[in-house]
Design a protein around this ligand. Sequence first.
Ligand code: ATP
Length: 491
Amino acid sequence: MEAITSLCKRRGFIFQSSEIYGGCNGFFDYGPLGSQMKKNIKDAWWKDMVESRDDMVGLDSSIIMHPSVWKASGHVEGFSDPMVDCKASKMRYRADQLFFAPVIVEGELIGYISVLESEKKAAEALALAESLKRKLAKQGRLETPILTPYTEAKAEEYDLIPSPATQKPGSLTAPRSFNLMFQTQIGAMADASTLSYLRPETAQGIFINFKNVLDSTRQKIPFGIAQIGKAFRNEITPRNFIFRSREFEQMEIEYFIPNDESWKQWHQEWVDTRLNWLASIGLDTAKVHLQAHEGKDLAHYARACTDILFEFPFGLQELEGIAARGNFDLTQHSTHSGKPLEYFDEESKQRYIPQVIEPSIGVDRLFLALLCSAYKEDIIDGEKRSLLQLHPRIAPIQLAVLPLVKNKEAIVEKANAVYQMLKKHWRTFYDASGAIGRRYRRMDEIGTPFCITIDFETLENNTLTLRHRDSTQQERLPIEGLSGYLRDLLA
Ligand code: ATP
């Protein structure tokens, strides 16, 4: 992970927000290469999920909506995480990500330990328990600590559990519910009537426009409404780089289907569609897993939810959720607004509130998963190289044109002409400075799939060298017909 975050900063993919003022936790800025790559991800999604389908339309709804939207959706009441504060260190934790265990030696309770959520939490807990046993000079068998989330601690245990920051007991508060929505005021008067929220998801903007879209298009069920946009969540512990941030972008689809049992097939079809799409843009499918929500993990209104999980360097985590939400959202907005949000089926002459399948993915999380899939290190000519094996659709730069030398006018002119020709069609970069090997490495590191070199032979027979990033193989090609050849390669 360290290698990826440092590459992101060094090469201008991602910067910490407000860095010159010490940073702003949970917020990030995308630099020249990052903003292009992020746009490529969104363009690929929009092209494949919206433009190429007859059963999908797009939407771009506002970030701030009527506050009643969030009452109807359940976010005002329930969009919260349990948090716990450490009064000594002023650290704040998510109570469900803080684990504690009694330390028992020879059947005697000698104290408590606490650890934060991580792949290594069991090993950390054991090490802390052993250290406590040594400190208190206890003899005998130490029981393996059994970790429990802090949300399940008994009131009398709060004062006994040490804070992960200080490793001393007595400073943790009881868990409190913390609503993750950012509040704001609409207009000049700051009172309760003007209170509103920055949207924590884009989906509700789709539901409240269901009728508008239906009335203004000729879509018939089944059809979907897709949206890409910013979402804001005041996460208690933003972490793992851009994986969990406070401002992020989502790509969400609400796919409206009949109000019957067909939701099972539709749900499965969307899981397959989304998996295929993720593979098509270069996600490492060997690191992808599916997880179905069951029992108490399934939201009360949902019929089913399947998460697409990805093996990030910090553990297996959700990348995308695909939920069968029944007709909960449209029913809620119908009830709260008093406006019927129904669909009239011309054929059966039936009026009903459709069900919905919701595939929802974070752009930033996908950005990170693609970087993790693409990052490789190998040895070329005895030298270590790091490269990003990004899919050509996603790579910020698709082609680099490199004159072999910069002090030979005829070569520079030719390279410039090729550059001008190619940049009309592809994201092309011109680089004349440094040794050719160094220039190749720079391009490999930012994921440019192909480099084109203009050399002395070009002046003789109008051919050039095309170098492939992944294999480092080079081929000699005539300039004539180059565009057609590249079109196939970059497709
Ligand atoms: P998590 O359990 O990780 O908080 P969630 O189940 O709350 O996620 P959803 O509400 O289903 O997430 O949001 C849909 C998608 O939006 C997620 O699959 C993820 O890709 C993205 N997402 C959610 N929260 C964040 C965040 N804080 N930062 C970046 N992306 C996020």
